[in-house]
Write a protein that binds this ligand. Structure first.
Ligand SMILES: [Zn+2]
Length: 340
């Protein structure tokens, strides 16, 4: 059956979003994050040992951030409201995904991708990424992004429409495999992402949380250095939403060098020494393989793949394809809605 899908449909969507827009509050962002989590939960590795480990690691970051917050450390956005929820509710989830990424929806949930854990050589590298993600929560970057989204959404939505008109048909069959209602939430995941300044700020905050929590300051930039070594730093900084990986490594080195002489007193042993960390990585891989590959997992994985990267400057083919599929689902459901 032929359906008419037109640009005006998107203008109608845009209008509804703009009318519904307001300043994002802690309450609205947390509620939204809880909704998103329902979509992503099927990809969470529910293994007890992995869950406890990541949560323990996350709590060490959060406890450190809480202490720094009491000392009034951080940008204004960290103090614009009662922040106590950040230090009591945050959940860190290890999710089954072959994309190299980590992200947070800004409320009580942060996601570490299994592919990322696999690439970490030591706990320090994983802790640095977790601390960076918590930096986004601490500075309320998702709130900022949500307010910004309404301002730029017109262009994004129109681009989505044009993209669908041009090439949507090839993806038309694919999205159906991910279940009904995908298009309804697709826009939310497509519109996520942080600015370059947000990323730099999350690194800055993350470094402090991480070092005060006892991990090795010299290793904060280790994961980014690994990405450089693997050839991920090709995009010129000016053309990217991300600070270049080399500038992130350089900033971490400068911060480590600028620490007070007493900083060595903060050091603590890692939660998992290198041997245990290697075993946990193997466990994550094994558990991931036992997950039933049903539609809900496929759908969660698709959404996880579509989220912009917090770490890698340019998108992988997997990300580009996931975004195209979501755009097609969104466009098709808009078309259906208009027909009814
Ligand atoms: Zn980030």
């Amino acid at each position: 059956m032929f359906r008419v899908r037109s640009i005006p449909t998107y203008l109608a969507l845009l209008l509804s979003l703009v009318v519904g827009a307001g300043c994002a509050t802690d309450q609205s962002i947390r509620a939204q994050a809880t909704d998103y989590h329902k979509e992503l939960e099927p990809a969470v590795l529910t293994d007890g040992e992995l869950r406890d480990y990541l949560q323990q690691l996350g709590q060490r970051v959060v406890a450190s951030a809480k202490e720094l917050h009491a000392q009034k450390f951080g940008p204004k956005s960290a103090f614009k409201d009662d922040s106590s929820w950040m230090f009591t509710n945050e959940q860190f989830h290890l999710v089954n995904s072959s994309t190299l990424n980590a992200f947070t929806t800004g409320g009580d949930h942060a996601y570490i991708y299994s592919q990322l854990m696999r690439e970490c050589r030591t706990e320090d590298e994983l802790a640095a990424v977790v601390a960076h993600e918590f930096g986004h929560v601490y500075a309320r970057h998702v709130h900022k992004g949500s307010d910004r989204q309404y301002a730029v959404l017109g262009g994004a939505v129109l681009l989505g429409a044009a993209g669908y008109a041009a090439g949507g048909k090839e993806h038309g069959k694919e999205y159906a495999a991910y279940g009904a209602g995908l298009g309804m939430i697709a826009g939310n995941f497509l519109a996520m992402g942080f600015t370059r300044d947000d990323e730099a700020e999350a690194d800055k905050l993350g470094f402090e949380f991480y070092t005060h929590a006892g991990w090795d300051p010299e290793r904060f930039g280790g994961f980014f250095q690994q990405l450089i070594d693997k050839g991920f730093d090709k995009t010129p900084e000016a053309a990217s939403d991300h600070p270049s990986l080399s500038s992130r490594v350089a900033a971490a080195k400068q911060r480590a060098a600028a620490l007070p002489a007493t900083a060595h007193e903060w050091r603590k042993p890692p939660i998992a020494d290198d041997a245990r960390f290697t075993a946990l990585k193997a466990r994550a891989e094994a558990v991931g393989k036992t997950m039933p590959n049903d539609q809900s997992l496929a759908r969660a994985k698709l959404l996880l793949a579509a989220v912009p990267s917090c770490l890698v400057p340019q998108e992988s083919q997997e990300q580009v394809e996931a975004r195209a599929t979501l755009e097609a689902a969104q466009a098709a459901e808009q078309g259906d809605a208009k027909q009814k």
